[in-house]
Ligand binder design. Structure first.
Ligand SMILES: CC(C)(COP(=O)(O)OP(=O)(O)OC[C@H]1O[C@@H](n2cnc3c(N)ncnc32)[C@H](O)[C@@H]1OP(=O)(O)O)[C@@H](O)C(=O)NCCC(=O)NCCS
Length: 160
């Protein structure tokens, strides 16, 4: 896959972006976040970023940060725009932002069936550090999550 530079830009998500974000979320996930979950993230001061081309929203990343520990809660690219390097560019942008905010460690969960996301995280320096049984809904059943971790290196982190 070749990254498509185009006029890719990054921005902070706000409430006015919710209609486009929800449309992408519902196209991209079999079990999408509700609008209330995005509203809670925005209200709770989570770090919410957009990838966009002009006014078109291509995808988004939602992260929470508490005392150096950061959690990637959602990373999503519009299915029509996947495979063009946008997911990795958005993840790199989000990592730069939270590192500047003092994040020392970044954690995330991913469905065991989500091979594309696992390949992306591995290529971005994440390592699998755990597994959560029956973490996600999956129709009648549940699906395990794999937990991934990456060390970030802002100057404020002391690892003694
Ligand atoms: C996971 C996701 C964000 C990747 O975004 P993307 O823009 O398609 O990914 P990129 O084009 O930046 O690809 C980056 C790397 O991801 C991996 N990857 C992406 N799509 C893949 C696919 N279909 N199969 C295998 N690996 C894939 C590759 O390692 C790729 O690196 P390469 O280009 O050097 O091969 C996107 O597929 C998505 O939004 N999926 C639905 C939502 C989701 O599952 N989010 C993750 C929740 S944990």
């Amino acid at each position: 896959m070749q990254p498509d530079e185009g006029s890719l830009g990054f921005d902070t998500m706000s409430f006015r972006h919710l209609p486009e974000v929800m449309a992408i979320e519902q196209r991209a996930y079999p079990w999408p976040w509700t609008e209330g979950m995005f509203v809670d993230s925005l209200r709770n001061g989570h770090w919410c970023y957009l990838a966009r081309r002009g006014q078109q929203v291509l995808g988004y990343a939602i992260l929470s940060l508490a005392v150096g520990d950061c959690h990637l809660l959602n990373l999503c690219i519009d299915p029509a725009q996947q495979g063009r390097g946008y997911g990795s560019r958005l993840l790199q942008y989000a990592i730069r932002q939270v590192t500047e905010q003092g994040a020392c460690d970044l954690f995330l969960e991913v469905r065991v069936s989500n091979k594309a996301a696992m390949a992306l995280y591995t290529s971005q320096g994440f390592q699998q550090v755990g597994r959560r049984r029956d973490y996600y809904p999956a129709g009648e059943a549940r699906e395990d999550a794999l937990v991934y971790h990456r060390v970030l290196t802002p100057p404020s982190c002391s690892r003694t």
